[in-house]
Design a protein around this ligand. Structure first.
Ligand code: PXL
Length: 283
């Protein structure tokens, strides 16, 4: 029988993002992925929606801004502590200050703070996002150990024009440099297409730059940024270095997209990650 006493203690994360009832993204992606990677995940929900906001009309949106501070104040009173704080989709501009205080309250010496500056895609901000939110999220990035913007979010964060399509390794490195200038310790830039037919992620840390861009599966799915960021965090919490965690997140996301195209999944439903989840247990 397994000697359970010899197993390492379970790692803990707190995920600050929305619960979208339909359309796999945010918590409905982060929870299963982090669980299978052996991370106990607590949720500080920012909003509850009937669906995510991309591609559906008439969705409900329950803004939980007013609940968030009492929520984490209770956690603090209970003495809960986390190895990682994972920030994703925020539901209002007022939440930015709440999340800043949440990070300041729960950050310890060895806490990993991952901020995914979820704001937009394909050169445009998501509905509900404003310039004021962009500035606030930029300030949150300064508190992060790792930020995970896509090309669109990177353009908004660094106030530079968004370029559709190809992005050379040199350009990706320059964008990552500008992202680090915001104050984060490391930056992972997703959706980098260094060549026709390949897509991946670039990362820049104090140890240098790396880019991994495997063959692209020609399809677009909502929620892939959340799949990527969740696998990245899980891999980092299992002790992988950032470039290796990036490779794992790229490969898993790509395989989910490939499976979803084979299953003819609607792009707004998010990717079929469930059949592949067990792979993450071995990363
Ligand atoms: O996947 C990013 C995301 C998360 N949460 C909600 C969203 C989106 C993207 O549209 O609408 C509610």
């Amino acid at each position: 029988m397994t000697d359970f006493a010899k197993l390492p203690p379970l790692r803990r994360a707190a995920a600050v993002m929305d619960l979208s009832g339909f359309g796999r993204c945010s918590l409905t992606v982060a929870l299963p992925i982090l669980s299978v990677m052996g991370v106990q995940t607590s949720c500080l929900p920012t909003a509850v929606l009937s669906t995510h906001t991309g591609g559906f009309t008439g969705y409900t949106f329950r803004d939980l801004t007013g609940d968030m501070r009492p929520f984490f104040t209770h956690w603090k009173k209970e003495g809960f502590a986390f190895d990682a704080l994972y920030v994703g989709y925020l539901g209002s501009v007022e939440q930015i200050a709440v999340v800043r205080d949440f990070i300041d309250t729960f950050r310890g010496e060895n806490t990993l703070v991952l901020v995914d500056p979820v704001m937009g895609d394909h050169g445009r901000l998501y509905s509900r996002f404003t310039d004021e939110m962009v500035s606030g999220i930029r300030a949150l990035c300064a508190r992060a150990d790792v930020i995970v913007p896509n090309m669109t979010e990177a353009a908004f964060l660094t106030d530079t024009p968004y370029k559709e399509g190809k992005c050379s390794a040199a350009d990706a490195r320059e964008i990552c440099g500008r992202l680090l200038a915001l104050g984060a310790k490391s930056a992972v830039l997703t959706g980098v297409m260094p060549r026709q037919g390949s897509v991946g992620a670039a990362c820049l840390t104090e140890n240098g730059f790396s880019l991994y861009a495997p063959r692209r599966v020609p399809a677009q799915y909502d929620g892939t940024g959340d799949v990527f960021a969740s696998v990245l965090l899980g891999a980092l919490m299992r002790g992988k270095k950032l470039p290796a965690a990036c490779r794992a997140a790229c490969d898993f996301t790509r395989d989910c997209v490939a499976l979803s195209t084979a299953h003819h999944v609607d792009m707004h439903h998010g990717v079929d990650f469930e059949p592949l989840l067990s792979r993450l247990a071995k990363i």
